[in-house]
Design a protein around this ligand. Structure first.
Ligand SMILES: [Zn+2]
Length: 408
């Protein structure tokens, strides 16, 4: 049973109601019809009708009996995770991850590929399509049972045809129709979503967040961004570019940022910012850079220095931790959030330090302290988290498209 509070569903269309009921089943390990009725405020007759339909379609199965509350022991329902699948792809400059998930959003199979780099989009997407084909063959599943493919990517969204990136990476993707190309290659519907939103939706899909939550998932890989779920729905802004917290100015006289501003969080917070600081300081370069070093190698040397107590590494990380935490406190105050999740590979090594500082700040200084708590959680920091989130985007879109909680 989930701790979801009752949702008022009366007056909604049948499709919306069905989506919401399926969402309650998904968010529970297993649940009875009576519990569904209590949680949704729908009559048991309506619940029975919807459940019958979901059972016939094979999306839901019966899973034993629950505890009796006086009468017959109720039959429990759960998602039929073995019949439908979703593919998730995380398209990163230095690494691509392809995953196959069941209906519950849990990982079944994964493949790592070389990153996008400077390769032309058709070449990269052909690699992705070949990996998807291999996964489908290895697992012996029907292509028809794959409901779709979600693709998570960072960067700026400029138009309906694709995603822009910062000037250093993959400019040639901006005018490329990634979704159409992958649909043609793989024969399944494709949805593109930014990486932070993907992780936020993945958290929601996996049952980790209440639909009524006002929460933020901060995703840090090489850069940093946020997926904002406000009143249970992803907040997208005027052009689908909401959540770019990396371009909040934290040091007005600081480093120039590629966006045209100066002192953005992006320049001092995420790994990309730390690497830039090393590049612009001869003293730091001597410590952390070596000829032919890639950005990842420089960042790993900083983390290595941190482990060895090197003061310069400590200063870089501690500045990042304080700036990131201060921005997140500001957002918690602005949006009256009740939950902040830190996720992504950029939080893998020093994540506990970020979480600790943010917890300290919200307890000491959040505007709503004493009114409600703000949960701070360190979520998935592995390389799979954005790809799993992207698969969840597809599951959400195809199974609960009318649900009011998170609309895509
Ligand atoms: Zn900027």
């Amino acid at each position: 049973m989930t701790e979801t509070s009752p949702r008022r569903l009366k007056g909604r269309s049948y499709a919306e109601t069905r989506s919401a009921v399926l969402d309650l089943i998904r968010a529970s390990e297993s649940i009875s019809r009576v519990e569904l009725s209590q949680l949704s405020s729908l009559t048991e007759v309506t619940i029975s009708k919807i459940v019958k339909e979901l059972l016939l379609e094979g999306i839901v199965i019966e899973a034993g009996h629950g505890q009796s509350t006086g009468g017959k022991r109720p039959r429990l329902l759960k998602l039929n995770t073995g019949v439908l699948y979703a593919v998730g792809v995380s398209l990163g400059v230095s690494r691509i991850v392809v995953v196959l998930c069941g209906l519950n959003g849990k990982l079944i199979e994964r493949v790592d590929l070389a990153g996008v780099g400077d390769d032309p989009p058709p070449q990269v997407l052909a690699r992705v399509a070949a990996a998807v084909q291999k996964i489908i063959e290895v697992r012996g599943i029907w292509r028809e049972s794959v409901v779709g493919m979600g693709v998570a990517s960072g960067g700026r969204r400029r138009g309906p045809l694709g995603w822009g990136a910062d000037p250093e990476a993959a400019q040639n993707w901006e005018q490329f129709d990634t979704a159409a190309e992958l649909e043609g290659l793989c024969g399944v519907p494709v949805l593109i979503e930014n990486d932070a939103n993907s992780v936020a939706l993945g958290t929601f899909w996996a049952g980790g967040a209440n639909a009524t939550s006002n929460f933020m998932t901060v995703y840090m890989d090489q850069g940093i961004g946020a997926g904002l779920v406000i009143g249970g729905a992803i907040f997208r802004g005027a052009s689908d570019n909401a959540g770019e917290i990396g371009h909040i100015v934290v040091e007005p006289d600081g480093f120039e940022c590629w966006c045209g501003s100066r002192g953005c969080l992006e320049t001092v917070g995420p790994p990309r910012g730390l690497v830039k600081q090393v590049a612009t300081d001869p003293g730091l370069r001597a410590l952390f850079d070596e000829p032919e070093s890639g950005d990842q190698a420089i960042y790993e040397r900083i983390l290595d220095g941190l482990g060895k107590g090197m003061p310069q590494a400590e200063a870089l990380i501690s500045r990042s931790v304080r700036r990131v935490a201060a921005v997140l406190l500001g957002l918690a105050n602005t949006l009256d959030l009740d939950r902040i999740q830190l996720a992504g590979p950029g939080f893998a090594a020093a994540g506990p330090r970020y979480a600790k500082e943010l917890k300290r700040l919200v307890e000491k200084a959040s505007f709503t302290r004493g009114v409600h708590p703000i949960a701070v959680e360190l979520g998935g920091t592995g390389p799979d988290v954005a790809a799993l989130g992207a698969a969840s985007v597809v599951l959400h879109s195809s199974l609960t498209p009318h649900h009011l909680s998170v609309q895509i």
